[in-house]
Each structure stands twice: as structure tokens, then as C-alpha cells.
Design a binder for this molecule. Structure first.
Ligand SMILES: NC(=O)c1ccc[n+]([C@@H]2O[C@H](COP(=O)([O-])OP(=O)(O)OC[C@H]3O[C@@H](n4cnc5c(N)ncnc54)[C@H](O)[C@@H]3O)[C@@H](O)[C@H]2O)c1
Length: 249
């Protein structure tokens, strides 16, 4: 049990990659605060992880800063401490650069960048007290500047920037801050693959390992590594968990 007696907050922990991380961490003994706006998915993931660990589901929108503070407080009150922060949730819309609006920018920054920043600030006292671990989420779209991803790429690279700054500042506290840049077969990708099978096949052929990652066994297991003492000497890094997609281009 690599995460026994550890407590983790996982944003967007009910669906997609977040659900995979919830399951992988639960199986390693971490106690979980699963945060998500999707109540139905939250109830299902809570039931599934409860087979392995103690967990709570917090049905709150993380784009609200007061909610972020309340989520951290509720988690610490319930479990007594907080050791691992996974800033996974992020919503965005894809449109060409010239069609970007303030509203589309706000969606990406308010669900991705600001919650990551606010959670890191709110969790810091606990992370400092417990030599905690922060796992943030990057994307190949940000690293490569993928077309139609202005707001998403901007927010993702901003998340990478503050992660490096925090890793520098918090290294002395024994806090590790790293990022995962994933590619995973989530429920959303499955639906898209059925609607556009040719585009999906083209995408898979573009991945050196010729397959999408599994949310639990591929992405979740790397999150377990980054949350465990096995990664104590790694900080400020973006770990590419994408079948070789970006760095082998
Ligand atoms: N899936 C991929 O291949 C891929 C590729 C690159 C990067 N990423 C990144 O990985 C992370 C997870 O991606 P995913 O594909 O699993 O996403 P997803 O959209 O499938 O799941 C996100 C989860 O976050 C929740 N959520 C959304 N907005 C929220 C809010 N305001 N408050 C609380 N919960 C909210 C959703 O309900 C959902 O359960 C994201 O940061 C994403 O940008 C994913």
C-alpha cells in the first residue's frame, strides 16, 4: 500500500482520468475527497472506491474560490489532514483563434487555471505540515500550440508555469509539485471515437505506442507514483503519459 494513511483531494475525480486516479489511489490505501459537479458520476465513483478505502464525495463547482476553500476545510475536518492535491478537472471549448471570446477564455481559466492556483494556496498549510504532493494537469495541446485550442493551451501552460514556481518556492518545505500530460481513453473520447471512427483511427496511428492510455492503469498509476515517496526526488516536472505522442514528434 503505497498511499496508506494519506489523504487526497481529486478534482474532477468522478469521471474520466479523475475517476481512474480515484480508483488507483484508493487501491493503494489513500483516503479520498472526490470533488465533482457531476452528481451521478460522483455517486458511482464513490461507491466503487468505497470497496477499497474511506472516501467522501463533495459535489461542488471548483470555479468558485469560496467553494475551493470550503472543500479543503471539509476534507481536513473529515479526515484530520491533507497530503495529496490532484488538480485534474478542466473544461474548455475549441474554436479558431479569431473566434475566441472572453467567455470561452473565462471557461478555461475559471475551471482549469484558477482552481489549480486557489487549491494550491488553500492546501499549502496542510501540504507544508505533511510534506505533501501536488499533481497538476498539462496537455500536449499547450506544449505544441494545437490549432483551435487558444484558451485551453493558454490555461494549461499557465498551470505549468505556476507549478514550476511553486516547486521552486516549496522545495524547502518538502512539497513536490509535478504535472501529468496525459492521453487517455475517457468516456468522452469513447463517444467521440464512435461518432468519428476515421478521425479516431488517425489519432491512434499518430501515437507511437498505438494506443490511448487507460485512465486507471496508465494515468492513475503514474499519479500514485507522483503521490508516493517513490517520487520524492522529482519536482517541477511535466511527466508525459501519452504513449510518446508529443516528445517523439
Ligand atoms: N483525456 C485526455 O486524453 C487528456 C489529454 C490531455 C490533457 N487532459 C487533461 O487531463 C485532465 C482530465 O481530463 P479528462 O479527459 O478526464 O476530463 P473529463 O472532461 O472527462 O473529466 C473532467 C471531470 O471534471 C469534472 N468537472 C468539470 N468542471 C468542473 C467544475 N467546475 N467543478 C468540479 N468538477 C468539474 C467533470 O464533471 C468530469 O467528471 C484535464 O485537466 C484535461 O485537460 C486530458
Amino acid at each position: 500500500m503505497k498511499l496508506e494513511n494519506k489523504v487526497a483531494i481529486i478534482t474532477g475525480g468522478a469521471g474520466g482520468i479523475g475517476r481512474g486516479i480515484s480508483l488507483a489511489m484508493a487501491k493503494e490505501g489513500a483516503k479520498l475527497a472526490i470533488v465533482d459537479i457531476n452528481e451521478e458520476a460522483g455517486a458511482k465513483t464513490l461507491a466503487d472506491v468505497s470497496e477499497f478505502t474511506e472516501a467522501i464525495f463533495i459535489n461542488k463547482d471548483i470555479s468558485n474560490q469560496d467553494n475551493v476553500k470550503a472543500i479543503v476545510a471539509q476534507t481536513v475536518e473529515h479526515f484530520g489532514h491533507l497530503d495529496i492535491l490532484v488538480n485534474n478537472a478542466h473544461a474548455s471549448r475549441q474554436v479558431p483563434f479569431m473566434e475566441q471570446t472572453q467567455e470561452i477564455m473565462d471557461l478555461s481559466f475559471n475551471t482549469g487555471f484558477y482552481p489549480t492556483f486557489h487549491f494550491m494556496q488553500a492546501a499549502y498549510p496542510q501540504l507544508k505540515a505533511n510534506k505533501g504532493k501536488v499533481i497538476n494537469f498539462a496537455s500536449g495541446s499547450g506544449l505544441t500550440g494545437k490549432a483551435n485550442q487558444t484558451s485551453y493551451a493558454a490555461a494549461k501552460e499557465a498551470i505549468r508555469a505556476i507549478s514550476r514556481v511553486a516547486a521552486n518556492e516549496w522545495g524547502a518545505d518538502g512539497i513536490n509539485v509535478n504535472l501529468i500530460s496525459p492521453i487517455a481513453l475517457t468516456e468522452g473520447v469513447v463517444a467521440w471515437s464512435k461518432a468519428r471512427p476515421e478521425q479516431y483511427e488517425q489519432m491512434v496511428n499518430g501515437i507511437p505506442l498505438r494506443t490511448l492510455g487507460d485512465p486507471e492503469s496508465d494515468i492513475g498509476r503514474v499519479a500514485v507514483f507522483l503521490a508516493s515517496e517513490d517520487s520524492d526526488y522529482i519536482t517541477g516536472q511535466t511527466i508525459m503519459v501519452d504513449g510518446g505522442s508529443i516528445m517523439l514528434r
